[in-house]
Design a protein around this ligand. Structure first.
Ligand code: M6R
Length: 364
């Protein structure tokens, strides 16, 4: 059942090239996105002047990445809402709002309630769901399935990257439909998304390195993830994964916020995972890393082909296989998943079934 892997989580981490392939390939026609087989007509995006993404946990973190991509390509305001907050806030929605709900299980109670609320308020609803025929899939106006296959480990891995793939496809598809990108640009984006598959394959070969690095985290009590832009969205996911299965307290910080409070928590030896995959903010990130380094932080840096940074500012520099910056979340996510996985293994925890947590949260 575990296909020779010691845990479902590791198996699912390694299935990601295949799950991304299965999620994107059937939706590419003549080199551009095509949702005809999903019964999602372009016309559902007519008149949409606002997009709300709502979900819980890791699915919500996929939304944080999706928001940036959709806003960049579409120039429509996109907000990401935690479903359990959103549903109680009398949110502003109308027929010109597109609400995207994201859920692996399709059964998360708060996400389902947020979807029902959106329908009550006449928004168009589109769900990104993994489990066929689940409640969220059945109740949504439109569904874009992630074809990640069954995910057994409580910690979500392959569903997350498949959700990212769907959100990227939505961004490309709507931008093409509304003419905010050209067909040539759409085709180029699709090429770059496909190139993520071999890049993930290569990232998976870093398993031994990650295993070694994680040995140094066995006695860690607190850990910080820092990043900017897409890397901040990724930091949120890295942090939840680590907390969930290794039981190490961690926090994700937008790196520019360090000076506004968190820096006081950085003392000798505190690990900081610094994501530096976005060239437009890499100089700022390097200066943030210097700030934590000056307070004695143990720095694990994750980079995407930036010019070699001065090696006194990090303990480890994990160089991702090069993708264009907008696609780095896919490879960076794999590293963060391995970071959580191997740390949990070295601490001797039940990786697949962490304490107090369930795979599907059907209570509110
Ligand atoms: O089934 P869903 O995607 O709706 O689940 C949402 C969260 O419960 C889930 O992503 C949770 O945060 C994961 N266990 C994190 O790895």
């Amino acid at each position: 059942q575990k296909g020779g892997y010691p845990h479902f989580m590791l198996k699912e981490i390694h299935e990601q090239p295949e799950s991304i392939r299965a999620t994107i390939l059937p939706r590419i026609r003549k080199g551009v996105p095509d949702f005809t087989a999903d019964n999602i007509p372009g016309s559902i995006f007519d008149g949409v002047n606002r997009i709300i993404i709502t979900a819980c946990g890791t699915a919500m973190h996929a939304g944080l990445v999706g928001r940036i991509m959709i806003e960049q390509l579409l120039r429509i305001p996109v907000t990401v809402e935690i479903a359990s907050e959103f549903r109680y806030q009398n949110p502003i929605m109308d027929k010109n709002t597109l609400v995207i709900t994201i859920s692996q299980s399709g059964e998360t109670a708060d996400t389902l309630a947020a979807l029902r609320l959106a329908k009550e308020k006449h928004a168009t609803t589109l769900s990104v769901v993994n489990v066929k025929g689940s409640s969220i899939a059945r109740e949504s106006d439109y569904v874009l399935y992630t074809h990640a296959g069954p995910e057994i480990a409580v910690a979500s891995t392959k569903a997350y990257t498949a959700q990212l793939a769907c959100l990227y496809m939505i961004a490309f598809q709507v931008a093409l439909y509304r003419g905010t990108i050209t067909v040539e640009q759409g085709a180029q984006y699709i090429k770059e998304l496909q190139a993520v598959i071999p890049a993930i394959e290569e990232t998976l070969t870093y398993a031994d390195t990650m295993n070694d690095i994680c040995k140094s985290l066995v006695n860690t009590e607190d850990l910080f993830f820092i990043g900017r832009g897409l890397d901040y969205a990724l930091s949120c996911e890295g942090s939840i994964k680590l907390k969930e299965i290794s039981y190490i307290h961690s926090e994700a910080y937008a790196a520019g916020e360090l000076k506004h409070g968190t820096l006081s928590l950085i003392t000798e030896g505190v690990p900081v995972v610094a994501l530096v995959t976005q060239e437009n903010v890499s100089a700022k990130m390097i200066s943030n890393i210097r700030e934590v380094r000056a307070r004695g932080a143990m720095v694990i840096m994750i980079t995407n082909g930036i010019a070699d940074a001065d090696d006194t500012i990090y303990d480890y520099n994990i160089k991702l296989p090069k993708t264009s910056d907008s696609f780095a979340p896919f490879t960076a996510a794999i590293i963060l998943q391995m970071l959580a996985y191997y740390t949990s293994v070295h601490r001797g925890h039940n990786v697949d079934q962490p304490r107090n947590l369930a795979k599907s949260v059907t209570v509110e």
